[in-house]
Design a protein around this ligand. Structure first.
Ligand code: AMP
Ligand code: GLY
Length: 423
Protein backbone atom coordinates (compact mmCIF):
# COMPACT_ATOMS: atom_id res chain seq x y z
CA UNK A 1 0.00 0.00 0.00
CA UNK A 2 1.26 3.50 -0.86
CA UNK A 3 0.27 5.87 1.91
CA UNK A 4 0.25 9.67 2.12
CA UNK A 5 0.01 11.40 5.50
CA UNK A 6 -0.75 15.14 5.49
CA UNK A 7 0.84 17.25 8.24
CA UNK A 8 4.14 18.20 9.80
CA UNK A 9 3.88 17.90 13.59
CA UNK A 10 4.58 15.44 16.36
CA UNK A 11 1.13 14.00 15.72
CA UNK A 12 2.07 13.14 12.14
CA UNK A 13 5.48 11.77 13.15
CA UNK A 14 3.77 9.36 15.55
CA UNK A 15 1.15 8.38 12.93
CA UNK A 16 3.95 7.74 10.42
CA UNK A 17 5.93 5.74 13.00
CA UNK A 18 2.95 3.47 13.75
CA UNK A 19 1.86 3.08 10.12
CA UNK A 20 5.43 2.21 9.01
CA UNK A 21 5.49 -0.76 11.36
CA UNK A 22 2.62 -2.42 9.53
CA UNK A 23 3.82 -4.80 6.80
CA UNK A 24 0.98 -3.58 4.56
CA UNK A 25 2.77 -0.25 4.20
CA UNK A 26 4.99 -0.39 1.09
CA UNK A 27 5.72 3.29 0.66
CA UNK A 28 5.05 6.20 3.01
CA UNK A 29 5.13 9.87 2.07
CA UNK A 30 4.46 12.61 4.62
CA UNK A 31 3.70 16.09 3.31
CA UNK A 32 5.23 18.39 4.28
CA UNK A 33 6.78 16.40 7.16
CA UNK A 34 9.74 17.52 9.28
CA UNK A 35 13.34 16.51 9.98
CA UNK A 36 12.38 13.67 12.33
CA UNK A 37 9.80 12.27 9.93
CA UNK A 38 12.41 12.38 7.16
CA UNK A 39 14.36 9.74 9.10
CA UNK A 40 11.58 7.18 8.63
CA UNK A 41 9.58 8.26 5.55
CA UNK A 42 9.79 10.34 2.39
CA UNK A 43 8.83 13.97 2.88
CA UNK A 44 7.36 16.15 0.12
CA UNK A 45 6.76 19.89 -0.03
CA UNK A 46 3.05 20.38 -0.71
CA UNK A 47 0.40 22.94 0.21
CA UNK A 48 -1.82 20.53 2.13
CA UNK A 49 -4.76 22.95 2.28
CA UNK A 50 -4.97 22.99 -1.53
CA UNK A 51 -7.23 20.05 -2.38
CA UNK A 52 -6.40 20.26 -6.08
CA UNK A 53 -2.65 20.13 -5.46
CA UNK A 54 -2.99 17.24 -2.98
CA UNK A 55 -5.13 15.27 -5.46
CA UNK A 56 -2.62 15.74 -8.29
CA UNK A 57 0.21 14.70 -5.96
CA UNK A 58 -1.70 11.58 -4.88
CA UNK A 59 -2.33 10.66 -8.53
CA UNK A 60 1.30 11.18 -9.52
CA UNK A 61 2.50 8.99 -6.66
CA UNK A 62 -0.07 6.19 -7.05
CA UNK A 63 -1.30 6.71 -3.49
CA UNK A 64 -3.75 4.10 -2.15
CA UNK A 65 -4.64 5.73 1.16
CA UNK A 66 -4.49 9.30 2.45
CA UNK A 67 -4.46 10.05 6.20
CA UNK A 68 -5.20 13.68 7.05
CA UNK A 69 -3.53 14.87 10.28
CA UNK A 70 -4.55 18.49 11.06
CA UNK A 71 -7.92 20.23 11.03
CA UNK A 72 -7.14 22.98 8.50
CA UNK A 73 -7.10 20.74 5.38
CA UNK A 74 -10.20 18.95 6.67
CA UNK A 75 -12.08 22.22 7.16
CA UNK A 76 -10.87 23.28 3.69
CA UNK A 77 -12.52 20.20 2.15
CA UNK A 78 -9.32 18.45 1.05
CA UNK A 79 -10.80 15.03 1.89
CA UNK A 80 -13.84 15.81 -0.30
CA UNK A 81 -11.60 16.60 -3.28
CA UNK A 82 -9.62 13.40 -2.76
CA UNK A 83 -12.71 11.23 -2.38
CA UNK A 84 -14.29 12.77 -5.47
CA UNK A 85 -11.16 11.69 -7.36
CA UNK A 86 -11.59 8.14 -6.08
CA UNK A 87 -9.03 8.05 -3.24
CA UNK A 88 -9.52 6.24 0.04
CA UNK A 89 -9.22 8.91 2.76
CA UNK A 90 -9.12 8.89 6.55
CA UNK A 91 -10.70 12.13 7.73
CA UNK A 92 -14.12 13.80 7.65
CA UNK A 93 -15.66 15.86 4.86
CA UNK A 94 -15.46 19.64 5.04
CA UNK A 95 -19.13 19.73 6.10
CA UNK A 96 -18.57 17.20 8.92
CA UNK A 97 -15.37 19.01 10.01
CA UNK A 98 -17.63 21.83 11.21
CA UNK A 99 -17.81 19.83 14.45
CA UNK A 100 -14.46 21.50 15.13
CA UNK A 101 -14.60 24.50 12.79
CA UNK A 102 -17.81 25.95 14.28
CA UNK A 103 -18.65 25.88 17.96
CA UNK A 104 -22.19 27.07 17.22
CA UNK A 105 -22.69 24.15 14.79
CA UNK A 106 -21.52 21.70 17.47
CA UNK A 107 -23.89 23.19 20.01
CA UNK A 108 -26.81 22.86 17.59
CA UNK A 109 -25.94 19.22 16.90
CA UNK A 110 -25.67 18.53 20.65
CA UNK A 111 -29.07 20.15 21.23
CA UNK A 112 -30.67 18.03 18.51
CA UNK A 113 -28.91 14.88 19.80
CA UNK A 114 -29.63 15.55 23.48
CA UNK A 115 -25.89 15.29 24.27
CA UNK A 116 -24.99 16.86 27.63
CA UNK A 117 -22.83 19.98 27.29
CA UNK A 118 -22.58 23.45 28.84
CA UNK A 119 -25.61 25.76 28.58
CA UNK A 120 -24.87 28.47 26.02
CA UNK A 121 -25.93 31.42 23.94
CA UNK A 122 -24.82 32.27 20.39
CA UNK A 123 -24.33 35.93 19.41
CA UNK A 124 -23.36 38.04 16.44
CA UNK A 125 -23.28 41.43 18.19
CA UNK A 126 -21.61 42.70 21.35
CA UNK A 127 -24.68 44.24 22.99
CA UNK A 128 -26.72 41.05 23.14
CA UNK A 129 -23.63 39.04 24.13
CA UNK A 130 -23.03 41.41 27.07
CA UNK A 131 -26.68 41.28 28.11
CA UNK A 132 -26.35 37.46 28.28
CA UNK A 133 -23.14 37.74 30.33
CA UNK A 134 -24.83 40.09 32.79
CA UNK A 135 -27.81 37.78 33.13
CA UNK A 136 -25.64 34.68 33.69
CA UNK A 137 -22.88 36.12 35.90
CA UNK A 138 -19.31 34.80 36.22
CA UNK A 139 -17.29 32.63 35.88
CA UNK A 140 -18.31 32.28 32.27
CA UNK A 141 -16.60 31.11 29.07
CA UNK A 142 -16.39 33.26 25.92
CA UNK A 143 -15.51 31.45 22.66
CA UNK A 144 -14.85 32.68 19.14
CA UNK A 145 -17.08 30.58 16.89
CA UNK A 146 -14.50 29.62 14.25
CA UNK A 147 -11.04 28.02 14.13
CA UNK A 148 -8.63 30.15 16.16
CA UNK A 149 -5.67 27.76 16.56
CA UNK A 150 -6.72 26.88 20.09
CA UNK A 151 -6.64 30.51 21.22
CA UNK A 152 -10.25 31.59 20.85
CA UNK A 153 -11.42 30.58 24.34
CA UNK A 154 -11.43 32.96 27.29
CA UNK A 155 -12.46 31.84 30.75
CA UNK A 156 -13.65 35.02 32.46
CA UNK A 157 -13.60 35.10 36.26
CA UNK A 158 -15.66 38.30 36.47
CA UNK A 159 -18.46 39.90 34.45
CA UNK A 160 -16.11 42.83 33.64
CA UNK A 161 -13.49 40.42 32.20
CA UNK A 162 -16.21 38.69 30.20
CA UNK A 163 -17.37 42.01 28.74
CA UNK A 164 -13.80 42.90 27.78
CA UNK A 165 -13.45 39.50 26.07
CA UNK A 166 -16.69 40.07 24.15
CA UNK A 167 -15.42 43.46 22.95
CA UNK A 168 -12.09 41.96 21.92
CA UNK A 169 -13.70 39.20 19.91
CA UNK A 170 -16.10 41.50 18.09
CA UNK A 171 -13.30 44.00 17.39
CA UNK A 172 -11.40 41.33 15.44
CA UNK A 173 -8.82 40.00 17.95
CA UNK A 174 -9.39 36.51 16.51
CA UNK A 175 -10.04 37.61 12.93
CA UNK A 176 -12.99 36.03 11.17
CA UNK A 177 -13.18 33.34 13.85
CA UNK A 178 -14.62 35.98 16.21
CA UNK A 179 -17.41 37.47 14.09
CA UNK A 180 -19.74 35.09 15.92
CA UNK A 181 -19.34 34.29 19.59
CA UNK A 182 -20.56 31.44 21.76
CA UNK A 183 -20.90 32.11 25.50
CA UNK A 184 -21.00 29.09 27.78
CA UNK A 185 -21.61 28.07 31.33
CA UNK A 186 -18.30 27.34 33.12
CA UNK A 187 -18.19 23.61 33.83
CA UNK A 188 -16.47 22.25 36.94
CA UNK A 189 -14.70 18.90 37.00
CA UNK A 190 -11.73 17.05 35.54
CA UNK A 191 -10.98 17.19 31.83
CA UNK A 192 -10.11 14.17 29.72
CA UNK A 193 -9.92 13.33 26.03
CA UNK A 194 -11.62 10.36 24.45
CA UNK A 195 -10.71 9.18 20.94
CA UNK A 196 -13.27 7.32 18.87
CA UNK A 197 -13.09 6.13 15.26
CA UNK A 198 -16.36 6.72 13.40
CA UNK A 199 -17.21 5.41 9.93
CA UNK A 200 -20.51 7.21 9.42
CA UNK A 201 -22.44 4.42 11.08
CA UNK A 202 -20.41 2.57 13.71
CA UNK A 203 -18.01 3.80 16.38
CA UNK A 204 -14.88 2.21 17.85
CA UNK A 205 -13.16 3.70 20.92
CA UNK A 206 -9.37 3.66 20.58
CA UNK A 207 -8.18 5.23 23.79
CA UNK A 208 -8.28 7.96 26.39
CA UNK A 209 -5.71 10.59 27.36
CA UNK A 210 -5.15 13.72 29.36
CA UNK A 211 -2.96 16.59 28.29
CA UNK A 212 -1.44 19.58 30.04
CA UNK A 213 -2.50 22.73 28.22
CA UNK A 214 -0.85 25.34 30.46
CA UNK A 215 2.79 26.21 29.97
CA UNK A 216 3.75 26.21 33.66
CA UNK A 217 4.15 23.53 36.30
CA UNK A 218 1.08 22.87 38.41
CA UNK A 219 -1.02 23.76 35.33
CA UNK A 220 -0.37 27.49 35.58
CA UNK A 221 0.38 30.24 33.06
CA UNK A 222 -0.85 30.76 29.50
CA UNK A 223 -2.47 28.08 27.38
CA UNK A 224 -0.39 26.20 24.80
CA UNK A 225 -1.12 23.53 22.22
CA UNK A 226 -0.22 21.00 24.93
CA UNK A 227 2.98 20.49 26.99
CA UNK A 228 2.60 16.76 27.57
CA UNK A 229 0.06 13.96 27.77
CA UNK A 230 -0.51 10.47 29.05
CA UNK A 231 -2.76 7.54 28.25
CA UNK A 232 -4.96 6.07 29.62
CA UNK A 233 -6.73 8.78 31.63
CA UNK A 234 -7.63 7.33 35.06
CA UNK A 235 -10.79 9.46 35.25
CA UNK A 236 -12.09 7.63 32.15
CA UNK A 237 -13.35 4.56 33.98
CA UNK A 238 -15.36 1.94 32.07
CA UNK A 239 -18.58 3.55 33.30
CA UNK A 240 -17.53 7.03 32.17
CA UNK A 241 -16.44 5.66 28.77
CA UNK A 242 -19.78 3.91 28.34
CA UNK A 243 -21.73 7.02 29.37
CA UNK A 244 -19.71 9.18 26.96
CA UNK A 245 -20.38 6.71 24.13
CA UNK A 246 -24.09 6.26 24.84
CA UNK A 247 -25.01 9.82 25.76
CA UNK A 248 -22.61 11.92 23.67
CA UNK A 249 -20.75 10.16 20.82
CA UNK A 250 -23.42 7.83 19.42
CA UNK A 251 -26.28 10.39 19.50
CA UNK A 252 -23.98 12.96 17.84
CA UNK A 253 -23.02 10.54 15.09
CA UNK A 254 -26.66 9.55 14.55
CA UNK A 255 -27.67 13.21 14.31
CA UNK A 256 -24.88 13.93 11.82
CA UNK A 257 -26.06 11.02 9.66
CA UNK A 258 -29.67 12.15 9.98
CA UNK A 259 -28.69 15.61 8.73
CA UNK A 260 -26.96 14.06 5.71
CA UNK A 261 -23.42 14.79 6.94
CA UNK A 262 -22.12 11.42 8.15
CA UNK A 263 -18.83 11.70 10.03
CA UNK A 264 -15.86 9.52 9.04
CA UNK A 265 -12.55 9.79 10.82
CA UNK A 266 -11.34 10.11 14.39
CA UNK A 267 -13.54 12.09 16.75
CA UNK A 268 -11.55 13.75 19.55
CA UNK A 269 -14.09 14.13 22.34
CA UNK A 270 -13.05 16.70 24.96
CA UNK A 271 -14.95 15.91 28.16
CA UNK A 272 -15.48 17.48 31.57
CA UNK A 273 -16.18 14.81 34.18
CA UNK A 274 -17.80 15.70 37.47
CA UNK A 275 -18.88 13.01 39.93
CA UNK A 276 -18.58 10.35 37.24
CA UNK A 277 -20.80 12.25 34.80
CA UNK A 278 -19.22 13.31 31.49
CA UNK A 279 -20.27 16.43 29.60
CA UNK A 280 -18.91 17.59 26.26
CA UNK A 281 -16.44 20.50 26.23
CA UNK A 282 -15.66 20.33 22.54
CA UNK A 283 -15.16 18.09 19.55
CA UNK A 284 -12.07 18.09 17.37
CA UNK A 285 -12.06 16.31 14.03
CA UNK A 286 -8.47 15.00 14.27
CA UNK A 287 -6.12 13.40 16.75
CA UNK A 288 -4.84 15.64 19.52
CA UNK A 289 -1.23 16.74 19.57
CA UNK A 290 0.48 15.49 21.80
CA UNK A 291 -2.31 13.02 22.72
CA UNK A 292 -1.76 11.21 19.41
CA UNK A 293 1.84 10.43 20.36
CA UNK A 294 0.80 8.42 23.43
CA UNK A 295 -2.07 6.71 21.62
CA UNK A 296 0.15 5.67 18.70
CA UNK A 297 2.80 4.32 21.03
CA UNK A 298 0.20 2.16 22.76
CA UNK A 299 -1.55 0.96 19.59
CA UNK A 300 1.50 0.40 17.35
CA UNK A 301 1.24 -1.26 13.94
CA UNK A 302 -2.51 -2.04 14.17
CA UNK A 303 -3.15 1.68 13.66
CA UNK A 304 -3.00 1.27 9.88
CA UNK A 305 -5.60 -1.54 9.96
CA UNK A 306 -7.86 0.53 12.21
CA UNK A 307 -7.66 3.71 10.11
CA UNK A 308 -8.20 1.72 6.92
CA UNK A 309 -11.23 -0.10 8.38
CA UNK A 310 -12.60 3.29 9.42
CA UNK A 311 -12.14 4.77 5.94
CA UNK A 312 -13.68 1.67 4.31
CA UNK A 313 -16.72 1.65 6.63
CA UNK A 314 -15.82 -1.67 8.28
CA UNK A 315 -15.69 -0.66 11.96
CA UNK A 316 -18.56 -3.00 12.87
CA UNK A 317 -16.19 -5.95 12.21
CA UNK A 318 -13.06 -4.37 13.67
CA UNK A 319 -11.48 -4.79 17.09
CA UNK A 320 -8.70 -3.05 18.94
CA UNK A 321 -6.00 -5.15 20.61
CA UNK A 322 -5.41 -3.54 23.95
CA UNK A 323 -2.42 -3.92 26.19
CA UNK A 324 -2.55 -3.00 29.88
CA UNK A 325 0.20 -0.43 29.39
CA UNK A 326 0.70 3.29 29.93
CA UNK A 327 2.37 5.91 27.79
CA UNK A 328 3.52 9.42 28.63
CA UNK A 329 4.96 12.17 26.47
CA UNK A 330 6.88 15.29 27.51
CA UNK A 331 6.94 18.23 25.09
CA UNK A 332 10.19 20.15 24.71
CA UNK A 333 9.45 23.69 23.55
CA UNK A 334 11.60 26.66 22.55
CA UNK A 335 12.20 29.10 25.44
CA UNK A 336 9.57 31.85 25.22
CA UNK A 337 6.80 29.59 23.86
CA UNK A 338 3.80 30.17 23.75
CA UNK A 339 5.01 33.77 23.32
CA UNK A 340 7.84 34.86 21.00
CA UNK A 341 10.76 32.44 20.62
CA UNK A 342 13.93 32.08 18.54
CA UNK A 343 14.34 29.58 15.75
CA UNK A 344 17.54 27.90 14.64
CA UNK A 345 19.15 26.69 17.89
CA UNK A 346 20.99 23.36 17.72
CA UNK A 347 19.55 20.28 19.46
CA UNK A 348 22.14 17.69 20.48
CA UNK A 349 22.04 14.21 21.91
CA UNK A 350 19.13 12.83 19.87
CA UNK A 351 21.34 10.30 18.07
CA UNK A 352 22.07 8.40 21.28
CA UNK A 353 18.51 7.96 22.52
CA UNK A 354 16.73 4.60 22.35
CA UNK A 355 14.21 4.19 19.53
CA UNK A 356 12.05 1.12 19.93
CA UNK A 357 8.42 0.15 20.48
CA UNK A 358 8.50 1.76 23.95
CA UNK A 359 10.73 4.80 23.39
CA UNK A 360 10.51 7.47 20.71
CA UNK A 361 11.34 11.11 20.32
CA UNK A 362 8.65 12.43 17.99
CA UNK A 363 9.64 15.62 16.18
CA UNK A 364 7.20 18.51 16.01
CA UNK A 365 9.22 21.49 14.84
CA UNK A 366 12.70 20.49 13.70
CA UNK A 367 14.86 20.97 10.65
CA UNK A 368 18.39 20.00 9.60
CA UNK A 369 21.30 22.38 9.05
CA UNK A 370 24.98 21.47 8.68
CA UNK A 371 24.25 17.88 9.67
CA UNK A 372 22.57 18.87 12.94
CA UNK A 373 19.00 19.05 14.17
CA UNK A 374 17.76 22.60 14.72
CA UNK A 375 14.62 23.94 16.38
CA UNK A 376 12.13 25.42 13.96
CA UNK A 377 8.95 25.83 15.94
CA UNK A 378 7.42 26.53 19.36
CA UNK A 379 6.78 22.94 20.33
CA UNK A 380 9.81 21.08 19.02
CA UNK A 381 9.97 17.50 20.38
CA UNK A 382 7.59 15.08 22.10
CA UNK A 383 9.67 12.65 24.14
CA UNK A 384 7.53 9.56 24.58
CA UNK A 385 7.83 6.34 26.59
CA UNK A 386 5.60 3.33 27.30
CA UNK A 387 5.76 1.02 30.32
CA UNK A 388 3.70 -1.22 32.57
CA UNK A 389 2.93 1.64 34.94
CA UNK A 390 2.47 5.35 34.41
CA UNK A 391 5.23 6.20 36.85
CA UNK A 392 7.70 3.99 34.94
CA UNK A 393 6.62 5.58 31.66
CA UNK A 394 7.18 9.01 33.22
CA UNK A 395 10.62 8.09 34.58
CA UNK A 396 11.73 6.70 31.23
CA UNK A 397 10.45 9.72 29.32
CA UNK A 398 12.28 12.14 31.65
CA UNK A 399 15.46 10.03 31.47
CA UNK A 400 15.37 10.58 27.70
CA UNK A 401 14.65 14.30 28.17
CA UNK A 402 17.71 14.57 30.41
CA UNK A 403 19.91 13.10 27.67
CA UNK A 404 18.88 15.79 25.20
CA UNK A 405 21.27 18.69 24.94
CA UNK A 406 19.20 21.74 24.04
CA UNK A 407 19.97 24.81 26.20
CA UNK A 408 17.38 26.90 24.32
CA UNK A 409 14.54 24.53 25.11
CA UNK A 410 12.45 23.82 28.19
CA UNK A 411 9.81 21.38 29.39
CA UNK A 412 7.46 20.94 32.30
CA UNK A 413 8.83 18.51 34.88
CA UNK A 414 5.41 17.49 36.23
CA UNK A 415 3.66 15.81 33.30
CA UNK A 416 1.22 13.24 34.66
CA UNK A 417 1.08 14.78 38.15
CA UNK A 418 -2.65 14.53 38.53
CA UNK A 419 -2.74 10.82 37.67
CA UNK A 420 0.41 10.13 39.71
CA UNK A 421 -0.46 12.11 42.82
CA UNK A 422 -1.74 8.95 44.50
CA UNK A 423 1.75 7.32 44.27
P1 AMP B 1 -11.84 24.48 23.73
O1 AMP B 1 -11.01 25.15 22.67
O2 AMP B 1 -13.32 24.59 23.54
O3 AMP B 1 -11.35 23.10 24.03
O4 AMP B 1 -11.47 25.21 25.10
C1 AMP B 1 -10.15 25.24 25.56
C2 AMP B 1 -10.13 24.88 27.03
O5 AMP B 1 -10.94 25.81 27.76
C3 AMP B 1 -10.75 23.53 27.34
O6 AMP B 1 -9.83 22.49 27.15
C4 AMP B 1 -11.14 23.71 28.77
O7 AMP B 1 -10.02 23.58 29.63
C5 AMP B 1 -11.60 25.13 28.82
N1 AMP B 1 -13.04 25.22 28.63
C6 AMP B 1 -13.69 25.37 27.46
N2 AMP B 1 -15.02 25.43 27.64
C7 AMP B 1 -15.23 25.30 28.96
C8 AMP B 1 -16.40 25.30 29.79
N3 AMP B 1 -17.62 25.47 29.27
N4 AMP B 1 -16.21 25.14 31.11
C9 AMP B 1 -14.99 25.01 31.65
N5 AMP B 1 -13.86 25.02 30.93
C10 AMP B 1 -13.97 25.17 29.61
N1 GLY C 1 -3.61 18.90 22.68
C1 GLY C 1 -4.85 19.47 22.33
C2 GLY C 1 -5.17 19.52 20.91
O1 GLY C 1 -4.55 18.88 20.08
O2 GLY C 1 -6.12 20.20 20.55
Amino acid sequence: MNILILGSGGREHSLAWAVMQNPKCDRLIVAPGNAGIAEIAECAALNIEDGGAVTVFAEENAIDFVIVGPEAPLAAGVSDRLRAAGFLVFGPSGAAARLEASKAFTKQICDAAGAPTAAYGHFSDAASAKAYVQAQGAPIVIKADGLAAGKGVIIAETVADAETAVDEMFSGAFGDAGTEVVIEEFMQGEEASFFVLCDGEDVLPIGTAQDHKRVGEGDTGPNTGGMGAYSPAPVMTDDVVQAALDQIVKPTMAEMARQGIPYQGVLFVGLMIENGVPRLVEYNVRFGDPECQVLMMRLGAQVLDLLQACAEGRLADTQVNWAADHALTVVLAAKGYPGAYEKGSVIGGLEHLPEDSSHMVFHAGTGRASGQYIAQGGRVLAVTARAQTLSDARDEAYAMVDDIDWPDGFCRRDIGWRALSGD
